[in-house]
Design a protein around this ligand. Structure first.
Ligand code: AOF
Ligand code: ZN
Length: 362
């Protein structure tokens, strides 16, 4: 590993400290190096606060040390006035003479820092550990390039791909260890989403029940507003619940839910129910940048067919039975040709308790 890669690795490690906490902003890390030594470091903690570059510059007490120094930053410095002023100008004013960038910014309103710095006589190198830097910000990149949240499919099933036994009973498929893992996952996503059938059958809380964990927003897709007002989900932080429904569903019930503090997302509809593109737009407007979709079967079918899944977290219990009368994990038509089958680009496999977990990206 050469010197630039080594310091970029340090910047990546710093960026990771902000991972899952910076939405809608990216996780970014920066280090400042002088005479082969790190003299400053920083990472972006939360949207609206100083960017990694500015945190790193501020961390250097003796500003004369910045003269001729090199900054390593995982993302191209911004060149715009957003919630904070441009990092490009902060770098220029600091007398840093060389900037090493991991990945260029995909956000066109903020990008341009690399060109700006070059045009002001600063040496700029980009693309160092680019893949690692892009991997850090899969959510941010999806939000910007696809204008929708990053969606992950989560499902717990038997080895034959069924998420229930006869009649839809789905309790106790995977072990307690996997359940704990799911709760940790929930705290990493901005939202957890289920369909109305899951609410009617399982009456889930959808929160994270581990100590000191962040709570995701809870989203229910309910085109006809069938959700009972007695559902357990309403017993916890109604202001963090979003019921996605259609314009034409029961307006009286919408008012009751709103008076309980619940958010109603009135979405366009399709023959299949809620228009997922319109829903995606509304979720992103609410800064819900990543969503863990927990099912059930029909919901997974709709998201998969609409090519909305970016990632999967699939839990397999080492158990098996017949499939007739049970729900399959993906409730939609099978592909009629192998060319239509969706492939995971990369995945890993691990064991938690007795269960097998496959996690991967499309
Ligand atoms: C960050 N943190 O460390 C860097 C970012 O509205 P603002 O001012 O916070 O600008 C947000 C944009 O700035 C963000 O979308 C990204 O394109 C760019 N760089 N953002 O939040 C950082 N370096
Ligand atoms: Zn910036």
């Amino acid at each position: 590993m050469d010197k630039d890669e080594l310091f970029m690795k340090k910047a990546i490690e710093l960026a990771k400290k902000g991972l899952y906490k910076t939405c809608p902003n990216p996780a970014v890390g920066a280090v400042i190096v002088k005479d082969g030594k790190i003299i400053g470091k920083g990472y972006h903690k939360k949207a609206g606060t100083d960017h990694a570059e500015v945190v790193a510059i501020k961390s250097v007490k003796d500003k004369t040390m910045l003269d001729g120094a090199t900054m390593y930053v995982t993302l191209e410095p911004c060149n715009h006035y957003g919630k904070t002023p441009p990092c490009s100008i902060a770098i220029l004013n600091s007398n840093i003479k060389r900037v090493v960038i991991g990945m260029l910014d995909v956000n066109k309103t903020a990008s341009g820092g690399a060109e700006f710095l070059k045009s002001h006589g600063i040496e700029v190198v980009s693309g160092i550990l680019e893949k690692e830097c892009r991997d850090l910000n899969k959510i941010f990149i999806t939000n910007i390039t696809k204008q929708r949240p990053f969606y992950a499919m989560k499902a717990a099933m038997l080895l034959n791909g069924c998420i229930s036994i006869k009649g839809g009973v789905s309790k106790y498929i995977t072990s307690t260890k996997s359940l704990e893992y799911v709760h940790r996952l929930r705290s990493r996503y901005n939202g957890v989403l289920v369909g109305i059938n899951t609410v009617l059958m399982d009456d889930p809380l959808l929160n994270c029940r581990l100590k000191r964990c962040g709570q995701p927003k809870r989203i229910v897709l309910d085109a006809f507003l069938k959700i009972p007002l007695s559902a357990r989900i309403f017993g916890f932080e109604p202001q963090n619940i979003y019921i996605a429904t259609t314009v034409s569903s029961d307006s009286n019930k919408k008012s009751i839910l709103k008076s309980m503090g619940v958010n109603i997302l009135e979405c366009a509809s399709t023959s299949d129910g809620i228009d997922l593109i319109d829903l995606s737009k509304k979720l992103l407007e609410k800064d819900i940048c990543s969503v863990l979709v927990e099912g059930g079967s029909r919901i997974h079918g709709s998201f998969l067919n609409a090519n909305l899944y970016d990632k999967v977290h699939l839990f397999y219990a080492p158990k098996i039975t017949g499939s007739y009368g049970a729900f399959n994990v993906i409730g939609s038509q099978a592909a009629s040709d192998f060319s239509e089958v969706k492939n995971l680009k990369s995945y890993n496999c691990k064991k938690i308790g007795d269960d097998i977990i496959i996690e991967g990206y499309f």
